[in-house]
Write a protein that binds this ligand. Structure first.
Ligand SMILES: [Zn+2]
Length: 365
């Protein structure tokens, strides 16, 4: 794997202050490119807290006939877009300055703010409480059950965090740590006010994804998809999570492109447990044997802290309507999903450059 990765000029100024500023910055960088581009915007229901419109913006960079495509997705989980936008804007800077160049046969598709509502309101979900990364199911069929979630649901909404932690620890002791993590985060389809709710109909981000696939005939090209996430795993490290089946072409391709740092939830080697309705599955369904989809997940604080901040978020949005309480919670969310720490932000940018460079090299070779 002899990819080349730009390692200078890492500038955390690319981390945006808000969804709207990120959008502006992204569009501005795209306009300045001298490469051929095609842009599209997809409006999303709802508004920002200031009443502004919400949009997912996309840009195709490079030859429209390219047989290989690197796809970068930001804000699949709204709030995680702070780091996702930074990575996309940093990539546009590198492309604009010639520090990264695209091979002849390769184009890039940037998807900016797949869940803009959650980004603007500092939440993971969309306006309907839906986690798009649990939403990729055939809704005409019976929905998966999550018995652990149903069992623990009343506890999740207790105000007393100590009591809640005690019950969760007992559940983990009885059924195992993985069973607890699955109960909370594998996905659930009965409780719109709770976390990791997958919804009952296709969400905005899924519809946009499916439209882009049709628009650019993505099923006919080789794809390197990188879905950018934060909030799970070791502080500052970007884990390459592969949710392809362990013995599949997708997993073989991921190992060939990204090496030994690839982890698989299905083999228990990842910080992530297996989940239902992942966005991955829409892409897996159209992928050639020379393609793969990875989640690039940047860790921040512990998994228990992640669950705590999310449970609190869902409690507040279910029961507290006053703006100051919600804004205070938004701050905690921002702190968990995009720490205001130069070192963390630099680690994110460098690791992202590394993985994107590996993807370009891998898919184009
Ligand atoms: Zn995420």
């Amino acid at each position: 794997m002899n990819y080349s990765c730009p390692s200078t000029d890492i500038d955390i100024q690319v981390f945006p202050a808000s969804y709207l500023l990120a959008r502006k910055h992204f569009q501005h960088k795209v306009e300045k490119l001298t490469l051929p581009t095609q842009t599209a915007s997809y409006s999303c229901p709802g508004t920002t807290p200031d009443g502004e419109a919400l949009t997912t913006d996309t840009v195709w960079i490079g030859d429209s006939d390219a047989s290989k495509v690197v796809v970068l997705i930001s804000a699949t989980h709204g709030i995680e877009g702070f780091a996702g936008s930074a990575i996309e804007i940093d990539f546009l800077n590198l492309l604009g300055s010639g520090q990264i160049s695209l091979p002849q046969n390769t184009a890039v598709l940037l998807i900016h703010a797949l869940t803009p509502w959650g980004y603007a309101w500092h939440r993971r979900c969309d306006e309907d409480g839906v986690d798009i990364n649990r939403n990729l199911l055939d809704f005409s069929r019976p929905l998966p059950e999550n018995i652990g979630y149903d069992l623990l649901r009343p506890t999740f909404f207790w105000a007393d965090a100590q009591q809640r932690k005690k019950v969760c620890a007992e559940f983990a002791q009885q059924h195992g740590r993985e069973a607890l993590e699955k109960a909370i985060s594998a996905g659930q389809y009965n409780d719109p006010s709770g976390p990791f709710y997958g919804g009952k109909v296709p969400a905005h981000g899924r519809l946009v994804t499916e439209q882009l696939m049709r628009e650019y005939n993505l099923q006919d090209r080789d794809l390197a998809v990188i879905d950018l996430h934060t909030g799970l795993g070791s502080y500052g490290y970007g884990e390459i999570i592969c949710d392809h089946q362990p013995d599949s072409a997708g997993t073989r391709v991921a190992h060939a492109w990204y090496g030994d740092s690839v982890t698989l939830p299905l083999l228990g080697t990842s910080s992530s447990v297996p989940k239902t309705g992942l966005l991955d599955y829409a892409w897996h369904a159209i992928m050639s044997e020379r393609s793969c989809y990875i989640t690039l997940e940047f860790g921040t604080f512990s998994t228990d802290q992640l669950f705590e901040v999310l449970l609190r978020d869902h409690q507040i949005w279910a029961h507290e309507t006053d703006l100051p309480t919600r804004l205070a919670q938004a701050k905690s969310m921002r702190h968990h999903f995009c720490p205001n720490d130069q070192a963390w932000q630099e680690m994110v940018l460098f690791r992202a450059r590394q993985v994107i460079s590996q993807a370009i090299h891998g898919v184009s070779s």
